[in-house]
Design a protein around this ligand. Structure first.
Ligand code: NAD
Ligand code: AKB
Length: 311
């Protein structure tokens, strides 16, 4: 991995991943791409619509990259409100990115999600290999995406790798329309109003992870010895299994008067209820040394400090 093209580079993950990759591999060796860009965006950047296969291919070729990290997608809540768009973007964009990687012989990464699991999946310590019958459009896309990446690996020998991310928590770029977004909003509201109304119901567990751990995981997996990878697409990884009350308890250690109330959104609650309470990351630990440095308390201290600095 020496020269990397990132799709969806303006998003929650992409905006921080590009920065981190540039620190590690050099600013000129990371090409950000998206449908749009912020005015202040620095470094090599191209406008690329991933539903246009030729555009991905041409930009990858122009910059002579050896790796594609494909992030452009519609997340779970948005996908439920626009299933056709989700299919076209999540499947069409992935197929185009894989084809570009095949034609140019590039290493390939794309994130899957805990959204691959469904109501018939074991809910506690969900195994790496288990029943995957999701009941959301996003989950259907992610399962099909995992299979497609494996297909390119087995059929063409393409070096495809992926992780099943839990909800990601970060302070730089807001999340893009997922079910786990409440776990970011709660921190901003804690600083601003000392209270938060959760659209996710009490006692709903979901897996979460702080962004620095999520970024380190991508780099560690992509640099891992291929001979050690028994699995490919995609590895369970998680750091935290938490409810809205667990976030509240962690925030109250810094803001004792913080209050939590509920106004449950039935669509996002149904999605959350169909996902695991906690997933088992042992295959990722054993095969490429995945580890998470942030638990909920360490992450909360950092999130609150960083949001305060910004405001
Ligand atoms: P995001 O919604 O924050 O960003 C997606 C980016 O894709 C946006 O900048 C958007 O402009 C861009 N995009 C949309 N349509 C496009 C198109 N046609 N062509 C090019 N770019 C387009 O998403 P994210 O949270 O950064 O997620 C990135 C990937 O990680 C997705 O595959 C997502 O499913 C996966 N993932 C994210 C999380 C999470 O909690 N953030 C968890 C699990 C998996
Ligand atoms: C979402 O909630 O859609 C994402 C995810 C877990 O894939 N954060």
């Amino acid at each position: 991995m020496k020269k990397i093209l990132v799709t969806g580079a303006m998003g929650q993950i992409g905006s921080e991943l590009v920065r981190k990759l540039r620190e590690n591999y050099g600013p000129s060796n990371v090409i950000g791409t998206d449908l749009w860009k912020k005015e202040e965006t620095e470094g090599p950047f191209e406008i690329v619509d991933v539903t246009d296969g030729k555009a991905i291919h041409d930009v990858a070729k122009k910059h002579n990259v050896d790796t594609i990290m494909h992030l452009a997608a519609l997340l779970s809540a948005k996908a439920e409100s626009a299933p056709q768009l989700a299919w076209d973007l999540n499947m069409g964009g992935l197929m185009n990115a894989l084809e570009a990687a095949r034609e140019l012989d590039l290493q390939f990464f794309t994130p899957s999600s805990i959204g691959v699991f469904g109501p018939t999946t074991p809910k506690q310590n969900t195994p790496q290999e288990t029943t995957m019958r999701p009941t959301t459009m996003y989950g259907v896309n992610k399962v099909a995406g995992e299979l497609l990446c494996d297909y390119y690996y087995y059929r063409y020998g393409l070096d495809t790798r992926g992780v099943r991310y839990p909800g990601l928590i970060s302070y730089m770029t807001p999340p893009g329309g997922g079910t786990t977004d409440y776990a970011v909003e709660i921190y901003y509201e804690a600083i601003k109003h000392k209270k938060y109304t959760s659209y996710i119901a009490a006692n709903t567990y979901m897996d979460m992870m702080y962004m620095p751990d999520a970024l380190n995981a991508i780099i560690k997996l992509m640099e891992a010895d291929p001979d050690k990878l028994v699995h490919r697409n995609a590895y369970n990884i998680s750091a935290i299994s938490a409810t809205p009350e667990d976030f509240t308890d962690a925030i109250r250690k810094h803001i004792p008067e913080f209050e939590l109330t509920y106004d449950v959104d039935p669509v996002r609650q149904q999605i959350a209820d169909s996902w695991p309470d906690s997933i088992d990351s042992s295959a990722a630990k054993e095969e490429w040394g995945f580890e998470a440095a942030y638990d909920i308390d360490r992450m909360t201290a950092d999130m609150l400090a960083k949001i305060r600095e910004k405001s």
